[in-house]
Design a protein around this ligand. Structure first.
Ligand code: F6P
Length: 542
C-alpha cells in the first residue's frame, strides 16, 4: 500500500485545514473580502483564470502549493521537458512539448535532438496540405479532392475531431471533413454515404497501425473506393497514413512515401499537434496550424517557467486535487460556453481519464487515496436545460470549469450577450444560491420554499479568454494537458501508459472467432457471457 502521499506534512495539514474550512460558505468568503474576485484570479497567456468561486482560503492555496513542492513537482516538470523517460512502464520519454518547440530549440532523446525531425514532418504535412487545398493533389480519375475522411480512434480521432470542430471558423469551406472511429459499420456508412470516392481522401491515423477499429474501417474504406474505381493503384491517390509503424503501413498497401510519422515519445492522447493533426491542417491550412502550435508552446513555457502561485495548470490541478481528495468529489464538469468547443469535454475525457485513471503508484503499490476524476460535460447553454439541475440542487458536489470568450466569431446580435449572461449567471447562482428567506421574500408559497431554495457553495473555475483563435485553442489544450500532469505527479502515478484498455481488447479478440464461426463454438466463458453469445448468434439470423 502506498502511503507516502498521505503522510506528507502538507497533506496532513490539508486534512486538518479541510475540517476547519469545509463548512465555510462562499457567501461568507466573498462578504469578508471585497477584493476576493481579483485576489483569487490570475491572468496569463491571454487567459483570465478566476478561481475565487472555489471553497478555498488563502491558506488553502498556500498548503496546496506546499504540497506541490513536497511532491517534487518542479523536478518532475524539468524531467518531462528535458526528455527523461518518465513513462517508466513503457520506458519512454514524454515529449508532446517537443511537437510545438520552435525551430532551433534542442530537446535530446537518446542522444538525438528531436526538434529538427518534428519540423521536417511539419513541413511535409504543410506541403501535402497545400497540394490538397490548392487542388494540385488529384484523385485517381483526375478530380480534385473535396472530402477528407480521418479514420482513427482514441487519440487518433478525438484530438483532430475536437480541434476541427473548434477551428471550423478558420477552415476551407470547400472541403468536407469527416471522422470515422467506431468499429460499428454505421459510423463508416454514414460518413461516406453522400461522398464521391473520386473526390475523397482517407487519412488512416493510428500510432500503432494495429488497432482493430481503425484497420477494419480502413479496409472498408478501401473496398468502398475500389468498388467504384476498380483499380488497386487508385489506393495511392486516395489513402495516406499517419503512424509510427511503417512496416504495418506498407503491409496495408499504403506507400510509405505517403506516410507522416511521429514518435513513441508522443502518447496517443497527446498527439493531435503531431501528424495526427493532418486532417486538421488540411482543413484550416498550415498557417493556422502553426499559430495553434505557437499557442501550445506559449502555455508550455508558462507552465515551465512561472512560479507556481501564478501558474495556470498548477493552480487548476491543485484546486482539482482539493476537491478530489479532500471533499471526495467524484467528477469534474467541463462547461464550454462556445458551440465550437462542442467536443472539448469528450476530448478531455480521454486526456484526463486515460492518463490518471490509475490505481497503483509509480512503484507499483496500490494507492490509499483517490486518483483521476470522472470528466464530463457539454457546451452551455444546452447543459443548463439538461443536467445543471443536479449541479445546483442535487446531493453531489460537482466542481465545474466554465470556459468562455469575450468576443464571438459569429456576431449575430444579440446572441453573444445572452450566452455570456448565462455564463456569468451560472457561476454566480452556483456559488451564492438563494436562501429560504430570500425565496420566501419573493412571495413563494411555504410548501414550495424548500424546493426553490438553492444552498449555493457549489464551486467553479472561470476561464475567460478573448476569442477562440487557433493559438487560444493550443493554449487551452496545453493548459489541460499540464493540469493532468500536475495531478498525476501529486498522486505519484504514471499518467502516460494505459494498460487498462488491454484486457478488453484481448477478450474481444478471443470472442471474434466465436461469433464468426459457422459451427457452434465450444464456449468456455462464464455462464452470463456464454448465454449472451449464444443468444446473439441465434438472433442475428432473424
Ligand atoms: O484506447 C487505447 C489506445 O491505445 C489509446 O491510447 C490510443 O489513443 C488509441 O488506442 C488508438 O491507438 P492507435 O493510434 O495506435 O490506433
Amino acid at each position: 500500500m502506498s502511503t507516502r502521499l498521505t503522510t506528507l506534512p502538507s497533506w496532513r495539514a490539508l486534512e486538518d485545514h479541510y475540517k476547519k474550512v469545509s463548512n465555510l460558505h462562499l457567501r461568507t468568503l466573498f462578504a469578508e473580502d471585497a477584493q476576493r474576485g481579483e485576489r483569487f484570479s490570475v491572468e496569463a497567456e491571454d487567459i483570465y483564470f478566476d478561481y475565487s468561486k472555489n471553497r478555498v482560503t488563502a491558506e488553502t492555496i498556500q498548503l496546496l502549493l506546499k504540497l506541490a513542492d513536497e511532491v517534487g513537482l518542479r523536478a518532475r516538470i524539468d524531467a518531462m521537458f528535458s526528455g527523461e523517460k518518465i513513462n517508466i512502464t513503457e520506458k519512454r520519454a514524454v515529449l508532446h512539448v517537443a511537437l510545438r518547440a520552435p525551430k532551433g530549440e534542442k530537446i535530446i532523446v537518446d542522444g538525438e535532438d528531436v526538434v529538427p525531425e518534428v519540423h521536417a514532418v511539419l513541413e511535409k504535412m504543410a506541403n501535402f496540405s497545400n497540394r490538397v487545398r490548392s487542388g494540385e493533389w488529384k484523385g485517381f480519375t483526375g478530380k480534385r479532392i473535396r472530402n477528407i475522411v480521418n479514420i482513427g480512434i482514441g487519440g487518433s480521432d478525438l484530438g483532430p475531431h475536437m480541434a476541427y470542430d473548434a477551428l471550423r471558423y478558420y477552415s476551407d469551406r470547400n472541403l468536407t471533413c469527416r471522422f470515422v472511429s467506431n468499429v460499428d459499420g454505421t459510423d463508416f456508412a454514414e460518413a461516406v454515404h453522400d461522398l464521391n470516392p473520386e473526390e475523397t481522401l482517407f487519412i488512416v491515423a493510428s500510432k500503432t497501425f494495429t488497432t482493430l477499429e481503425t484497420l477494419t474501417n480502413a479496409r472498408s474504406a478501401r473496398n468502398w473506393l475500389l468498388a467504384t474505381l476498380k483499380d488497386d493503384t487508385a489506393v495511392a491517390k486516395h489513402f495516406v497514413a499517419v503512424s509510427t509503424n511503417d512496416k504495418e503501413v506498407s503491409k496495408f498497401g499504403i506507400d510509405t512515401a505517403n506516410m507522416f510519422g511521429f514518435w513513441d515519445w508522443v502518447g496517443g492522447r497527446y498527439s493531435y499537434d503531431s501528424a495526427i493533426g493532418l486532417s486538421l491542417m488540411i482543413a484550416i491550412g498550415p498557417e493556422h496550424f502553426y499559430e495553434m502550435l505557437a499557442g501550445f508552446h506559449a502555455m508550455d513555457e508558462h507552465f515551465r517557467t512561472t512560479p507556481f502561485e501564478k501558474n495556470l495548470p498548477v493552480l487548476l490541478g491543485l484546486i482539482g486535487v482539493w476537491y478530489n481528495n479532500f471533499f471526495d468529489a467524484q467528477t469534474v464538469a467541463i462547461l464550454p460556453y462556445d458551440q465550437y468547443l462542442e467536443r472539448f469535454s469528450a476530448y478531455l475525457q480521454q486526456l484526463d481519464m486515460e492518463s490518471n485513471g490509475k490505481h497503483v503508484d509509480l512503484e507499483g503499490n496500490k494507492v490509499n487515496y483517490q486518483t483521476g476524476p470522472i470528466i464530463w460535460g457539454q457546451p452551455g447553454t444546452n447543459g443548463q436545460h439538461a443536467f445543471y439541475q443536479l449541479i445546483h440542487q442535487g446531493t453531489k458536489l460537482i466542481p465545474c470549469d466554465f470556459i468562455g470568450f469575450s468576443q464571438t466569431l459569429n456576431a449575430i446580435k444579440p446572441h453573444h450577450d445572452l450566452l455570456m449572461a448565462n455564463f456569468f449567471a451560472q457561476t454566480e447562482a452556483l456559488a451564492f444560491g438563494k436562501t429560504a428567506e430570500e425565496v420566501a421574500a419573493d412571495g413563494v408559497a411555504d410548501f414550495q420554499v424548500p424546493h426553490r431554495t438553492f444552498e449555493g457553495n457549489r464551486p467553479s473555475n472561470t476561464i475567460l479568454a478573448n476569442r477562440l483563435t487557433p493559438a487560444m485553442l493550443g493554449k487551452l489544450v496545453a493548459l489541460y494537458e499540464h493540469k493532468v500532469f500536475v495531478q498525476g505527479t501529486i498522486w505519484n502515478i504514471n499518467s502516460f501508459d494505459q494498460w487498462g484498455v488491454e484486457l478488453g481488447k484481448v477478450l474481444a479478440n478471443r470472442i471474434i472467432p466465436e461469433l464468426e464461426s459457422p459451427q457452434q463454438p465450444d464456449l468456455k466463458h462464464d455462464s452470463s457471457t456464454n448465454t449472451l453469445i449464444n443468444r446473439y448468434r441465434q438472433q442475428r439470423k432473424a
